[in-house]
Design a protein around this ligand. Structure first.
Ligand code: ZN
Length: 324
């Protein structure tokens, strides 16, 4: 069957190979040679550094293996299929090799899966998808930015407030979401993540609210209780690990540092595998979409818009209640 198109984001195209891996090819630049240079030099170094740096934070990144694909002068070869796809995107094919990353296809992390078609995908909202098969369920999400502190000055009075950058940004961009990960994680009024406690009213409300959203999708009942416990009661869940690392980096790096911006845009997979023979179901996680993002002026422009929106709503945190 050979290589097949899998999916694409803003900066990369993914192709599925026969070996249950994915090839991740940059489409960030308008020429193949530029994309190759970026992947082989800038991005390889960056991914290595971010993975090494974060190994102490126990962030479960996937492995990235640099690969080079050469032409085979056969219309069904990988090089020909990929370059045809890239050319259709308007990318100039000016190199006789393609440099990309080989990454694991997480849909096959459950070894009993034999085809990607075993999964049915539920789109919960812009940042959350649930891929369901008989034996395993993959929760794919982007936690985006943690809450952060902002000092505001209104009518000569200084206020310190905490607001959810994600929800504010969604309002401005008119993106409708059902789940905000800043609400899955509990923060105290000095911005520290607190331990979720099943005896706490707030936590109970969060579980009820999340279950209400998920009940619409006819998910298995053991999955429903496992995933809500994982997201809301597990203090080491992958969302918390990503946010914790954002907090650590924010204390040490400039606000728009590439490492920080990358962690604000990674995707997380929470992989649930059903156990048989009375064993406990298994949940494990992986972080994908690690990429060096060259600084963009638009980051600051968007941030200014968000601040402006929040400054009009000084009690943002109270007036824009998350429903959890
Ligand atoms: Zn929010």
């Amino acid at each position: 069957m050979g290589l097949q198109y899998f999916t694409q984001g803003n900066a990369n195209v993914l192709f599925e190979t026969d070996s249950q891996s994915l090839l991740r090819i940059s489409k960030r630049f308008s020429r193949l040679s530029e994309n190759n240079t970026y992947t082989a030099t800038v991005n390889t170094q960056f991914i290595k550094s971010i993975i090494n740096k974060n190994s102490t934070a126990n962030l479960p990144f996937i492995l990235y293996e640099l690969v080079k694909i050469k032409p085979q002068y056969n219309p069904n070869s990988d090089y020909e299929r990929i370059t045809l796809y890239l050319a259709n995107l308007g990318i100039l094919i000016d190199s006789d090799e393609i440099i990309g990353f080989k990454i694991p296809n997480l849909f096959y992390i459950d070894k009993t899966i034999t085809s990607i078609n075993e999964y049915k995908t539920i789109e919960v909202d812009h940042y959350t998808k649930i891929h369901v098969s008989l034996r395993s369920i993959l929760w794919e999400c982007k936690p985006k930015w943690e809450y952060f502190q902002n000092k505001l000055s209104v009518n000569n009075t200084d206020y310190t407030t905490y607001f959810c950058r994600n929800c504010t940004n969604n309002i401005i961009k008119n993106i409708k979401t059902q789940i905000c990960y800043c609400n899955v994680v509990e923060f105290d009024n000095t911005h520290n993540m607190t331990t979720n406690n099943s005896n706490n009213n707030n936590t109970t409300e969060k579980i009820t609210f999340l279950k209400k959203i998920l009940l619409k999708y006819n998910l298995p009942s053991d999955y429903l209780s496992d995933i809500t416990s994982y997201l809301i009661l597990n203090d080491n869940n992958v969302i918390r690990l990503v946010y914790k690392e954002q907090t650590n980096l924010l204390a040490a790096l400039p606000f728009f540092d590439p490492h920080l911006m990358t962690l604000r845009d990674v995707s997380c997979f929470i992989i649930w595998k059903r156990a048989y023979n009375g064993d406990k179901n298994i949940i494990e996680s992986r972080i994908v979409d690690v990429d060096y993002k060259p600084y963009k002026k638009s980051w600051e422009t968007q941030y200014s818009k968000i601040i402006e929106y929040c400054s009009k709503k000084i009690i943002h945190k109270d007036s824009f209640q998350h429903e959890f």
